[in-house]
Write a protein that binds this ligand. Structure first.
Ligand code: HPA
Length: 245
């Protein structure tokens, strides 16, 4: 069974027939909320709102360890993260969907491994390819089936937030090779890998990043909400086709 972690703009799946909700406690504390289980088109799926069902948890305070541990404990096989991002590259306009294939981590002060603390064995994971190739392929196929355009590949820069970036910071991220900027893919992707969960991020472009396009002088937060609402309709259709595979 796949799990969806919904980000900003996706705190629920309208097309999900809920069968039950499960409060899960973990050695790492509380997940962002109860896990929601249900069916889409008769196929089972789990859902968790990353920022809480009332959108109360900012990116730097999400308990990523608890979220992934809880999903693993409920025997999900893979996690599709839906994450809103700013577009650094001009060709990704607001509302576009991108399936990144790489990450650069600029976050700090977040618990980013299960392998620490008393008694933990020193453990390194391979993270050359941070996203699951097979899950990415499945998402691309689901998008094709529904006729939704999803750009294949790109470097996701994970920033600390919760503030948005300065224009100079975005220039630096671009020089580093990033084309998208968001606040949640790390440590989420690394923790999923540590638990052996397949993981991929479907990024939803909410805005041009700071200093780019119509964000040349400021980012309009009001516009973001409308963009995300429209884009999430496409995301829900892709999820529907993904679970139907
Ligand atoms: N920067 C970082 N995270 C984001 C942005 C952004 O411009 N837009 C949506 N999430």
């Amino acid at each position: 069974m796949l799990a969806i972690i919904g980000g900003s703009g996706l705190s629920g799946l309208a097309n999900l027939e809920v069968t039950h909700r499960q409060v899960v406690r973990t050695p790492y504390g509380e997940p962002s909320g109860p896990l929601t289980f249900g069916r889409i088109g008769g196929k089972p799926i789990a859902f968790l709102a990353r920022h809480g069902y009332g959108h109360t948890i900012p990116p730097h305070e999400v308990n990523y360890c608890a979220n992934l541990w809880a999903l693993k404990e409920q025997k999900v096989s893979g996690v599709v993260s839906i994450a809103s991002v700013g577009a650094i590259r001009r060709e990704f306009g607001p509302g576009s969907l991108v399936l990144p294939d790489q990450i650069i981590d600029y976050t700090w002060g977040r618990r980013s491994t299960f392998f620490e603390g008393p008694g933990a064995k020193v453990t390194h994971i391979d993270f050359t390819e941070p996203f699951s190739a097979s899950l990415r392929a499945r998402i691309l196929a689901a998008a094709r089936t529904g006729g939704e355009a999803v750009a294949d590949g790109g470097v996701y820069a994970a920033t600390q937030g919760p503030r948005l970036e300065t224009a100079a910071e975005i220039n630096r991220l671009e020089r580093d090779g990033a084309c998208l900027v968001g606040m949640t893919a790390m440590p989420e992707a690394a923790l999923a890998r540590e638990l052996g969960l397949e993981y991929a991020t479907l990024a939803v472009v909410a805005n041009h990043a700071a200093g780019r396009g119509d964000s040349a002088h400021s980012i309009s937060l009001d516009k973001i909400e409308v963009v995300l609402e429209n884009a999430m309709r496409k995301v829900r259709r892709i999820i529907e086709n993904l679970v139907a595979q």
